[in-house]
Design a protein. Structure first.
Length: 109
């Protein structure tokens, strides 16, 4: 109970709710655990689909494919669902930032 009064006394804004911080972390963790399951083929795709660091092969139905160099996965940008996945990733970054700004603006001065 002393923390809110101390924040008011020092005229500091209240911290954002915990779900704003933890929700994107849990969603990204779940997505990273699902990526190997969503990648149909565990080997690196052929060179014909690569455009620099991006992979776009309309003949490949996979949503996630192994990266050409290094470890991890990347999206197959010729798959329409990759754009949905990309929008979800951007929303996971934008939503907590937007919610934090909106909550800070509601703090009385």
């Amino acid at each position: 109970m002393a923390a809110p009064s101390l924040l008011k006394m020092l005229n500091l804004p209240m911290p954002p709710p915990l779900w704003i911080i933890l929700a994107p972390i849990f969603v990204l963790a779940a997505l990273s655990l699902l990526m190997p399951l969503l990648a149909r083929d565990q080997k690196t795709p052929p060179d014909e689909g690569w455009r620099g660091v991006f992979y776009a092969n309309p003949k490949d139905p996979s949503l996630f494919v192994r990266k050409r160099f290094g470890t991890g996965y990347t999206l197959n940008f010729s798959n329409p669902w990759s754009w949905v996945a990309l929008a979800i990733i951007f929303a996971m970054v934008a939503a907590p930032l937007t919610a934090s700004v909106l909550l800070l603006r509601q703090v009385p001065k």
